[in-house]
Design a protein. Structure first.
Lengths: 308, 320
């Protein structure tokens, strides 16, 4: 009784001292609201600036490279310095070949490594070692992988006395692909509910059958997403190839000889003082960017597929 | 037990021993994955050993002087990597100084509900696709489009700040400044992606609490949300630093590959990675060893940055 008396009394005579009873309205002139608007503007500006390079690069690659798109581009060899015309057929074939070699090495090793980490390793020290090595390997600069393969394969001429070769380039790229494939496989397998494994054991399946018939198929989309992204990244890599696969002005002569690739072609031709070569560099960029964007969109579509 | 289920165990089930072939297959598969997994550690070790072995000759002749001297003279066989190490550190750190505010600002813009969700997703997608563009294509673009376009701005910079040693030379094509800018383009997607994930993981209660005590949107961002996400963001920044230090192609194509030391950012410079890309194919003798030594330094730099990044994420993460 007394308490309600005092509270109602307070309410009537301390109207403005205890509570600010100005109407709850938004005052844009307040300093805090002005600052708020300013920061929103700045962050919007930053987002625009961040998107700008992609738009500009794409526009230039499309315009400069798309102009040269013709059948000749796919079927002819690059011209000798100073001559006009020609194509990048050998480099396209070379990129496909070298990336294929890399994928054939990195995918089995990477998927198996991911299976080991997720299904067998648990918290064992060896699992930790593999996991840590994988993180470190992912951070190794791509040029180092080229230096490594140069020292291991090119300089020692282990492949039939051949030094620079498509094989060496493929191995250098596979070193770069490996961490991505392992990581995505491991994470994909960890998402598979444990009940599936228990169910398989329950009906008498062995560990091998459970993993190959139940667990891997259930995680196929995340794994393939990672594989597609790794292949797309490898196809555009240049640094590991400059002194492993080298370059060749001719059609590929087997996997134990130097080979042309689109990325090295772009590097070599961009810094040449001949317009014909510069134009071919743009055309190769066009083909490469289209391939890589398509692969990225495919990976995106795959990962959306797994969510539904 | 048997009576409860209404079954008699002995009549229904016969335990079949697993045949040896099945056990063998099981064990074999396990050992196979183990062997292939250990290949990762072996490759990493092999990289270290190869690069270390290759650099021993240069280590013996130049020692630690290699890091602080700037002579790179194949004729007299004198090598020092100071120019390249300096260039690596300066380009990567300055590019991050630009890319961090840009990337974190972009991440905030696409995690807040300032614009429709569709548009936010589109911006996020575009920044991710930027990461997919090969470095060599960015280098080509930098040579023919970006560098000519920004040259007037660099000339203005030289005009205004030419009295400082950092802008003392006239910009003439390739140089450190365009290399820094192309590095910004390359690390921006990493920073944005990691900052975006970190901001998305801040519990909504923190934000609601901030709004509840009456702050504005940006008050909440600066005082509550960014501090809560800061450890992951710093981790992402360190990862980006490692990437920037090892980045090769785009930088090689635009930095000018000068072997002379110059404080000016408008002058041509060099990085360890671009020195490797340029010289490794044609080098022989002790030059190969000197390049391997530089590669070893680059590996140690990126390794320590990456390990530090993991440590930061583990140690500094706020508990809420």
């Amino acid at each position: 009784m007394t308490s309600s008396m005092t509270s109602s009394g307070r309410e009537s005579n301390t109207d403005t001292s205890l509570f600010d009873r100005r109407p709850l309205s938004f005052d844009p002139k307040l300093k805090r609201n002005r600052l708020n608007g300013l920061f929103t503007l700045i962050s919007g500006l930053f987002a625009t600036l961040a998107v700008l390079p992609l738009v500009l690069v794409l526009v230039y690659v499309l315009v400069q490279g798309g102009r040269l798109l013709s059948l000749r581009l796919f079927t002819e060899l690059p011209p000798a310095p100073g001559l006009e015309g020609g194509g990048i057929g050998n480099a396209m074939l070379g990129t496909v070949l070298v990336t294929l070699i890399a994928a054939l090495i990195a995918i089995p090793v990477g998927v198996a490594g991911g299976v080991y980490l997720s299904e067998y390793a648990g918290k064992s020290w060896f699992g930790q070692v593999v996991s840590f090595s994988n993180d470190v390997l992912a951070g190794v600069p791509s040029i180092i992988s080229g230096v490594f393969v140069y020292g291991l394969i090119v300089a020692t001429r282990v492949f039939f006395g051949q030094s620079y070769s498509a094989m060496a380039g493929g191995i250098a790229l596979s070193v770069l692909m490996l961490p991505t494939v392992i990581k995505t496989t491991n994470e994909g397998l960890k998402l598979v509910p444990n009940e599936l494994r228990l169910g398989a054991y329950g009906v008498g399946a062995s560990r091998y059958v459970t993993i190959t018939q139940i667990v891997i198929p259930a995680a196929l989309t995340p794994i393939s997403t990672g594989v597609v992204l790794a292949i797309a990244r490898a196809a555009g890599e240049t640094a590991p190839l400059i002194f492993t696969a080298l370059f060749s002005a001719f059609w590929p002569e087997g996997i134990f000889n130097p080979i042309a690739t689109m990325s090295v072609l772009i590097f070599n031709f961009a810094i040449m003082p001949y317009p014909a070569q510069n134009e071919l560099a743009w055309a190769a960029s066009f083909v490469l960017v289209m391939m890589i964007l398509a692969a990225n969109l495919l990976a995106r579509w795959l990962s959306r597929l797994s969510k539904t | 037990m048997t009576s409860d289920l209404g079954l008699s165990v002995d009549a229904q089930f016969t335990l079949r021993r697993r045949p040896n072939s099945e056990k063998f297959l099981d064990l074999g598969f396990r050992q196979l994955t183990l062997a292939l997994a250990s290949l990762v550690a072996i490759v990493l070790l092999a990289i270290l050993v190869t690069v270390f072995q290759g650099s021993r000759e240069a280590m013996a002749s130049f020692g630690l002087r290699f890091i602080v001297t700037s002579a790179w003279d194949p004729v007299n066989e004198q090598y020092g990597a100071f120019v390249a190490i300096y260039g690596t550190l300066v380009t990567s750190i300055l590019s991050l100084a630009i890319a961090v505010p840009l990337g974190v600002g972009t991440a905030i813009f696409i995690t807040e509900d300032l614009i429709p969700a569709r548009l936010r997703e589109l911006i996020g997608l575009m920044v991710e696709l930027l990461a997919a563009i090969p470095s060599v294509v960015l280098g080509l673009w930098a040579i023919f489009v970006m560098e000519p376009a920004i040259r007037p701005a660099l000339e203005l910079l030289h005009h205004l700040l030419g009295w400082t040693p950092f802008f003392a030379t006239t910009p003439q094509g390739p140089g450190m400044a365009p290399a820094i800018l192309i590095l910004v383009v390359m690390v921006l997607p990493i920073i944005t992606a990691i900052a975006r994930d970190a901001l998305n993981q801040v519990p909504i209660e923190l934000r609601q609490g901030a709004y509840g005590v009456g702050t504005t949107r940006w008050g909440a961002i600066f005082a509550v949300i960014l501090p809560a996400a800061i450890s992951s963001i710093i981790g992402g920044v360190m990862l980006a630093l490692g990437r920037a230090m090892g980045e090769t192609m785009a930088v090689t194509m635009i930095i000018g590959n000068s072997l002379n030391f110059d404080l000016s950012l408008l002058a041509p410079g060099n990085t360890i990675a671009s020195m490797l890309a340029n010289q490794f194919g044609e080098a022989d003798g002790i030059q190969v060893s000197a390049l391997m030594y530089a590669a070893l330094i680059l590996m140690l730099l990126t390794f320590s940055v990456n390990v530090l990044a993991q440590w930061v994420v583990r140690r500094l993460s706020l508990k809420y």
